[in-house]
Design a binder for this molecule. Structure first.
Ligand code: NAP
Ligand code: ZN
Length: 350
């Protein structure tokens, strides 16, 4: 077992808004409860773009993004009990939490009262910066690692580690299932997986996309209905329709219009996190006792449950695999809405 940090190849943004470039970053020695993962694939989440461009502020640079990591265990610390060398594993958005608070103890580590240690753009509990999955290897405590079932290809599984769990968790929490009308707003990386999962849970699924451009895809992914939000008739036609709306939109959303699409007691759950604040007319929630909510990723056990569910139902992400040097171009394409539906970096090209 190594005792000193090793340097591994990675793609990093050297400063806010700077293009990503190839570099080296340190990985800590494999500790008692750590696994060293040889990364095979890493998804590109829109969060990577918000953060490398400092859209949410307080970025730590150089920044190696990537929190949709799929790989294989290359080494296991002596105290590791859940994984062995060769296991197919995944890492999502968090690599540590306090492990003591009510949320950590109830499998909702993502809401740890002390805050999560993000997989990147964070300081770990020793004050060292964390570096994400646009890299060849990563060292992670086994408690923050999940198993990728054999039925899922590693490249199609990678985006499930963030996009998949971010949709699965609220869909389960707000009980999407038979008899429920669920709308997914935005058919991007998160949205397309949301359509698949909501359909597999048995809900009646509607896609609300800016245009009808992706209608065929949406229906093929499992949606029962598809509407363009650029068409003002959509909001009249669908008023009072949904039990649950999950918005994955990365830009500010006209909340009042979407709240109007809910039934009495319906919920609009935002998982998209725009860079600017949004405003609201409170009549939109008072009328109809509606709920406006948010949701962040999911717990570790729930992430495992989601992966097992996806394997059982044959749900992978629809991906376009790219070489690492194409990452800046891929970012531009995500911003232009030109992604169907997740870019995944082949780590062998780093
Ligand atoms: P994405 O692939 O870019 O998808 C976002 C989709 O939103 C686009 O495909 C587009 O769908 C729609 N959209 C974009 N700009 C819009 C605009 N101006 N008006 C209306 N619709 C617009 O991004 P993603 O990776 O799915 O991430 C989406 C958001 O979720 C980001 O803000 C990300 O940071 C956040 N996120 C949150 C969590 C969490 O835990 N809560 C986890 C991961 C990501 P259409 O073309 O179909 O309209
Ligand atoms: Zn993400």
């Amino acid at each position: 077992m190594s005792v000193t940090p090793v340097t591994v190849a990675a793609y990093a943004a050297p400063a806010a808004k700077a293009p990503l470039e190839r570099t080296g970053v340190p990985r800590r020695p494999v500790g008692e409860h750590d696994v060293l993962i040889e990364i095979k694939y890493t998804g590109i989440c829109h969060t990577d773009i918000h953060q490398t461009r400092d859209g949410w502020g307080e970025g730590i640079f150089p920044m190696v993004p990537g929190h949709e990591i799929a790989g294989v265990v290359a080494e296991a610390g002596p105290g590791v009990t859940r994984f062995a060398v060769g296991d197919r594993v995944g890492v999502g958005c968090m690599v540590d939490t306090c492990r003591e608070c009510a949320y950590c103890l109830s499998g909702q580590e993502q809401y740890c009262v002390q805050g999560i240690t993000g997989t990147y753009n964070a300081l770990d509990r020793n004050g060292e910066p964390t570096y994400g999955g646009y890299s060849t290897h990563i060292v992670v405590d086994e408690n923050y690692v999940v198993r990728i079932p054999d039925g899922l290809a590693l490249d199609e599984a990678a985006p499930l580690l963030c996009a998949g769990i971010t949709l699965y968790s609220p869909l389960k929490h707000w009980q999407a299932g038979p008899g429920k009308k669920v709308a997914i707003v935005g058919l991007g990386g998160l949205g397309h997986i949301g359509v698949k999962i909501a359909h597999a849970l048995g809900a009646e699924v509607t896609v609300l996309s800016q245009s009808l451009r992706k209608q065929e895809d949406g229906l093929r992914l499992g949606a029962d209905h598809y509407h363009a939000t650029a068409d003002p008739n959509t909001f009249e036609e669908l008023a009072g329709t949904f039990d649950l709306i999950v918005s994955t939109v990365s830009a500010p959303l006209g909340l009042d219009r979407y709240l109007g699409l809910l039934k009495v007691d319906g919920a609009l759950v935002n998982v998209g996190v725009p860079e600017e604040p949004v405003s609201l007319n409170l009549f939109s929630v008072v009328l109809g006792r509606r709920t406006l909510a948010g949701s962040m990723i999911g717990g570790i056990a729930e992430t495992q449950e989601m992966l097992d569910f996806c394997a059982e139902h044959g749900l992978g992400s629809q991906i376009e695999v790219i070489r690492a040097e194409e990452v800046n171009e891929a970012y531009e394409r995500v911003l232009a809405g030109d992604v169907r539906y997740r870019f995944v970096i082949d780590a062998a090209t780093i």
